[in-house]
Design a protein around this ligand. Structure first.
Ligand code: C2E
Ligand code: CA
Ligand code: CA
Length: 603
């Protein structure tokens, strides 16, 4: 059948207008470029002189950088361009059956022959185009080839040029990708791969119970070593170190990345005790000292090590930078040193006065950040609310826990300023979740009695709620049991006013004070939070079991809901559910998380 150019052009244009815009880019570039050159050549030569127009089209398709195959409606091969001939390894006297039989395409985990694929996707449907991005081809069972594939059904040109199959061989691209993601000397995943993997890791931090530890390792004095030993020998050192790290990666459960020339990053993702990481670092230092011996020279190597730990060193966004900051700090202390970005609090004595002086600036510099910890429904184990917990991400000391600075803030009254900031932040966060259609949940804010006793707490809350247009039922204020109970009549009145406004009140750390239930009746609390110290030995201490059971029962009699804090394992979950406790909070479900990590739980 003679080829009608105008029809072919219209036909392709029609298919293209129905395409996904992204696909359009690929296909339209190819086909329109081809057609453009084809038409141009036709304009230059009269048709008769151009020989058969099909021959010409074939010539144009031959110069395409994609492999093209044209099939008739009965799957006879009408045309193959030279790239396709090469790709398929077709012998001169091929038969159409051989091609359609020998080419298999992976579709949703199944291998289909080309004919079967066209049958199922284009013959039995109205579709005019079928595309597969990043699929696999198998030709004559000779291994697989990564490729993009498009098949166009040509409806206006009769049966001969019926299916145009284009293939884009991605082997070169994938090879480049492998090179791009691996270090050329050690073939280990490099910094590009690290960044990709870390993004994935951070997306699921809420599923990880333990800590995340980053260890940045750099051989000291490497440039000097290189100038001394030469490129080849110094590269051998790098390879030897790489092999050593890989050999230890299973025991210590870390991934190894070769970031830059003499720099490695080790990532541990679910660490119960960061001491394990430090044990490894010690082992590494010992190993380095003995590990390079040239004929008669012994090289004593050292490496500087920077460690950052999530969540102790701050949130995941800064984890990599913090590991490098720690590395640079270690290097500044001399060779073979280890520095941990956020030393555990025990090793760190915060100076009260310095902290007090610094907290004013910290508020201005946005160094305070709210973390959110989910509260789960004890029956359905769904996230039903969250507690906002403040963190101070100090530029030098890293993450400072609230116990280190809240008491200073209370003592100095600065908590009143910070309390306003916290309420504002929570309301802003609620608004964002509302706008972006996250599940709307109540958020608890811890308030100190200093804030309530200040006198205008209620007025402020009322004003802020009105300004932000947040329903008061989405805010809970938590006050510590003992302190709340000591409060004067006037303060009790503040709580009653807040309660009337519609915000909820929770009695925190219940069980640490000595409040009688008869007094609690006068206090307008909706929620009672049993202190986490009760959970520590609940599975073995019958006395604690009886107390908790009794508290839950009494609270329910007073129409209060009960939260238990500090739930760290499934046995406690089951026990508390059996006691009829309403909500559960604890590391078993999630640690407190930065808002952008927490909100993944609300999707
Ligand atoms: P809290 O109100 O009793 O907060 C619960 C504490 O228990 C949090 O410590 C939380 O991280 C921790 N926690 C949660 N689940 C578990 C668990 O399963 N096991 C264990 N061992 N601990 C768990 P965090 O965040 O260090 O807060 C300590 C205290 O600092 C809070 O105790 C609260 O009294 C105070 N605080 C925190 N944020 C604020 C705030 O924004 N304002 C005020 N005024 N006080 C705050
Ligand atoms: Ca609390
Ligand atoms: Ca508590």
């Amino acid at each position: 059948m003679p080829l009608n150019l105008e029809e072919l052009k219209n036909n392709i244009a029609e298919v293209l207008t129905n395409l996904d815009p992204l696909l359009l880019v690929g296909i339209s570039i190819l086909l329109f470029v081809l057609l453009y050159f084809f038409m141009k050549r036709l304009q230059q030569k009269p048709l008769a002189a151009a020989g058969s127009s099909r021959e010409l089209l074939e010539k144009v398709l031959d110069s395409s950088d994609e492999s093209v195959l044209v099939l008739s409606s009965s799957y006879h091969v009408v045309y193959l361009n030279s790239l396709m001939i090469k790709l398929l390894g077709v012998k001169p006297h091929f038969t159409s059956e051989q091609i359609c039989q020998s080419m298999k395409i992976k579709v949703k985990k199944k291998w289909l022959r080309l004919g079967e694929l066209i049958d199922s996707e284009l013959v039995r449907s109205e579709k005019k185009l079928y595309s597969l991005e990043r699929t696999q081809l198998r030709i004559q069972e000779k291994g697989t080839i990564p490729a993009n594939m498009h098949i166009i059904k040509n409806t206006q040109m009769g049966d001969e040029w019926k299916y145009i199959v284009t293939l884009q061989d991605l082997r070169y691209e994938e090879k480049c990708k492998v090179l791009e993601h691996h270090h050329n000397v050690t073939k280990l995943p490099n910094q590009n791969q690290a960044l990709e993997d870390l993004n994935l890791l951070f997306a699921k931090t809420h599923l990880i119970k333990g800590k995340i530890v980053f260890i940045a390792v750099e051989i000291d004095n490497f440039l000097k070593l290189r100038s001394l030993l030469g490129y080849e020998q110094s590269t051998k050192i790098i390879i030897k170190l790489a092999n050593y790290l890989v050999s230890r990666s299973e025991k210590y459960a870390f991934s190894v990345y070769h970031m830059y020339s003499n720099e490695f990053l080790l990532v541990m993702t679910d660490v119960a005790d960061p001491q394990v990481a430090l044990n490894f670092v010690e082992e590494l230092q010992t190993e380095l000292k003995k590990f390079y011996k040239m004929q008669d020279v012994r090289m004593y190597l050292t490496a500087s090590v920077g460690v950052s730990i999530y969540p102790d060193s701050g949130n995941t966004r800064n984890l990599l930078d913090n590991a490098y900051k720690a590395l640079s700090e270690a290097q500044s202390q001399g060779h073979g040193q280890v520095h941990i970005f956020m030393p555990e609090q025990a090793r760190f004595v915060f100076d009260e006065l310095t902290l007090y002086n610094e907290m004013h600036l910290a508020l201005e510099n946005n160094e305070f950040e709210l973390y959110y910890q989910p509260l789960m429904d004890a029956k359905t184990q769904e996230v039903v609310s969250a507690e906002a917990l403040i963190r101070w991400i100090h530029p030098v000391h890293g993450l400072i826990p609230p116990d280190a600075f809240i008491p200073i803030m209370e003592k100095t009254g600065f908590i009143i300023e910070v309390g306003k900031y916290i309420l504002n932040e929570v309301l802003k966060q609620q608004k964002r979740w509302e706008i972006f259609k996250f599940k709307q949940i109540p958020v608890s804010i811890n308030v100190s009695m200093v804030e309530i006793e200040n006198g205008n707490f209620f007025d402020q809350v009322e004003r802020k709620l009105a300004e932000s247009q947040i329903d008061p039922k989405f805010i809970t204020f938590e006050v510590t049991e003992g302190k709340a109970m000591e409060s004067e009549k006037s303060t009790l009145n503040e709580f009653h006013k807040l309660h009337k406004l519609g915000v909820r009140i929770a009695l925190d750390d219940f069980g640490t004070g000595y409040t009688s239930f008869s007094y609690i009746k006068k206090f307008p609390a909706d929620v009672l939070k049993i202190d986490r110290s009760f959970m520590e030995h609940i599975l073995v201490k019958h006395e604690d079991q009886r107390i908790v059971q009794g508290v839950i029962e009494l609270a329910h009699n007073l129409e209060m809901q009960v939260v238990v804090e500090g739930v760290e394992n499934q046995q406690v979950v089951d026990l508390m559910a059996s006691y009829g406790c309403d909500y559960l909070q604890g590391y078993h479900f999630s640690k407190p998380l930065p808002s952008f990590e927490f909100q993944k739980l609300l999707r």
